[in-house]
Design a protein around this ligand. Structure first.
Ligand code: NAP
Length: 479
């Protein structure tokens, strides 16, 4: 089937196409997508600008009703949307179901914001002066998303952008556009007015350049790699566009000697390998206190060896493939660098390409131990099923190592010591912290985003999302 772009309320199915293939079985084409052009982005931006006056003047609760409707439509197709996601991205079906459920919840959460849209009302110092600040939308917003959460990230950008009254030009990731397309289809079926949402799939380089140059654009929200995000930031600042960037990480899990050992092992393995390590919040460094280091390494390796790798549509599979050949090759290249710098991994380290794995981009979950701070795999984001275990002398040493990188997305500690947990909470240099949980696995009701080189601009999700997608108009009224 050919999936078209959506511009000014019309599905555009003409033009060249690109394939969306199943990374667990590359013989399967999940869909063909129309390859959008710079012209399509220009048309989408014009349509969004034309739709803005009416949409921004629509009452918040009415905008909310449309999001509720879209959520209900997604809910009715819950099973098939999740299956599509597993087929295009590779994550296991239970993980895909969890993500689709989250997208639906995000739509309902932000639908409710339409009836709240909190402003400010404060007492004036002056007699008979009434002062307040209203929220107002920004205008045409560009949204650019990655492939690893191909439904939830589009949802957590689209829903707050729309509920605040903005109109949207949305560019999904080429490796997994179908999950994003399904959300746009739901908005269309819910009756979104023409031009309010525009969807253009295709090459990031070409479309990204056209988007950032579109004169109607007022803001851009991007999630993806640091290279692209930093480039977008440079371009956006030339035009003083509002920008929000969520980018890479090199997330630590600190394991202290007083941790609940079994759950620390489980949380580390879960955070490192589930979703094939392709979560921006995945743990890629386990920093373990010296006195339990050897025992912890042995237990992680034993648990990792038991992980079942395969086609995520099959029951019992825990780890799917890398999203595409390029990502798999990146992971294998880092494994080779790890071998040269730190020695042979204790488990994994190879591509799986025989039998049930013959047609997919599978890599064994891989554990390196004895990794030091100077090693490449302790410093650079790999975005795959590779865990570097590092030895720390004590809590202070672990804390220093955890913070001694330019990234600051997520961070975790495993400890039963309450004082240490709070010490960590106040000192960890990351935007998302977990204590006695995996470093990955966030909900939508609280702010989401990192610090340092991982992120720039206001946070996403929760009430904080409104700060990026709206502005204040401050009013002083004498009566
Ligand atoms: P990516 O290569 O940067 O791509 C992200 C999006 O940007 C895609 O839609 C891509 O399009 C588009 N793009 C590429 N070049 C562009 C350009 N010049 N201008 C505008 N857009 C452009 O990242 P990815 O490989 O999809 O995702 C993996 C990265 O995302 C990792 O670094 C991960 O940590 C990060 N991530 C961060 C978060 C977070 O919240 N911090 C969440 C998830 C993922 P094409 O697909 O067509 O190339």
């Amino acid at each position: 089937m050919i999936f078209g772009n959506y511009i000014n309320g019309e599905w555009i199915s003409a033009g060249a196409v690109f394939e969306d293939r199943n990374p667990a079985n590359t013989a399967e084409v999940v869909g063909e997508f129309v390859k959008g052009t710079a012209r399509d982005i220009a048309d989408a931006a014009s349509a969004a600008a034309a739709a803005f006056p009416a949409w921004s003047a629509t009452a918040g609760p009415a905008r909310g009703n449309l999001l509720y409707k879209a959520a209900d439509i997604l809910d009715r197709s819950f099973e098939s949307i999740a299956a599509d996601m597993t087929r295009e991205e590779g994550k296991t079906l239970p993980e895909a179901k969890g993500e689709v459920r989250r997208s639906i919840n995000i739509f309902r959460y932000f639908a409710g914001e339409g009836s709240r849209m909190p402003g400010m009302l404060v007492p004036s110092e002056r007699d008979r002066v009434h002062m307040f600040a209203l929220r107002k939308p920004i205008g045409v917003v560009g949204l650019v998303t990655p492939w690893n959460f191909p439904s939830a990230i589009p949802a957590w950008k689209l829903a707050p952008a729309l509920i605040c009254g903005n109109t949207v030009v949305f560019k999904p990731a080429s490796a997994a556009p179908l999950s994003a397309w399904r959300i746009v289809e739901a908005l269309h079926q819910a009756g979104v007015p023409k031009g309010v949402v525009n969807f253009v799939a295709g090459s990031g380089g070409e479309l990204g350049r056209a988007l950032i140059a579109a004169p109607q654009l007022k803001a851009v929200s991007f999630t993806g790699s640091c290279d692209v995000g930093n480039w977008l930031h440079g371009e956006a600042s030339k035009r003083r566009l509002r920008i929000q960037l969520e980018m890479g990480g090199k997330n630590p899990t600190i394991v202290l000697a007083d941790a609940d050992f079994t759950s620390a092992v489980e949380n580390t393995v879960n955070a490192a390998f589930f979703s094939t390590g392709q979560k921006c919040t995945a743990t890629s460094r386990a920093i373990v206190e010296d006195s339990i280091y050897d025992k912890f390494v042995a237990a992680v390796v034993e648990r990792t060896r038991k992980l079942k790798v395969g086609d995520g549509m099959q029951a019992g599979i825990e780890i799917g493939p890398c999203v595409d050949q390029g990502q798999m090759e990146t992971v294998l290249r880092y494994i080779d660098i790890g071998r040269k710098e730190c020695g042979e991994p204790l488990c994994g380290g190879r591509r799986l390409a025989d039998g049930a794995h013959a047609n997919g981009w599978f890599v064994e979950p891989t554990v390196f131990a004895g990794v030091e701070e100077k090693h490449t795999i302790a410093r650079e984001e790999i975005f795959g099923p590779v865990l570097a275990i590092m030895r720390a002398r004590d809590f202070e040493d672990a804390m220093r190592m955890a913070n001694a990188i330019p990234f600051g997305l997520s961070s975790s500690i495993q400890t039963t010591n309450l004082s240490r947990a709070f010490e960590y909470i106040y000192r960890a240099e990351a935007g998302l912290l977990t204590v006695n949980l995996p470093s990955a696995g966030v909900e939508y009701q609280l702010p989401f985003g990192g610090t340092k080189d991982s992120s720039f601009g206001p946070k996403e999700q929760g009430p904080a999302a409104l700060e990026f997608y709206s502005d204040y108009k401050t009013v002083y009224l004498k009566y």
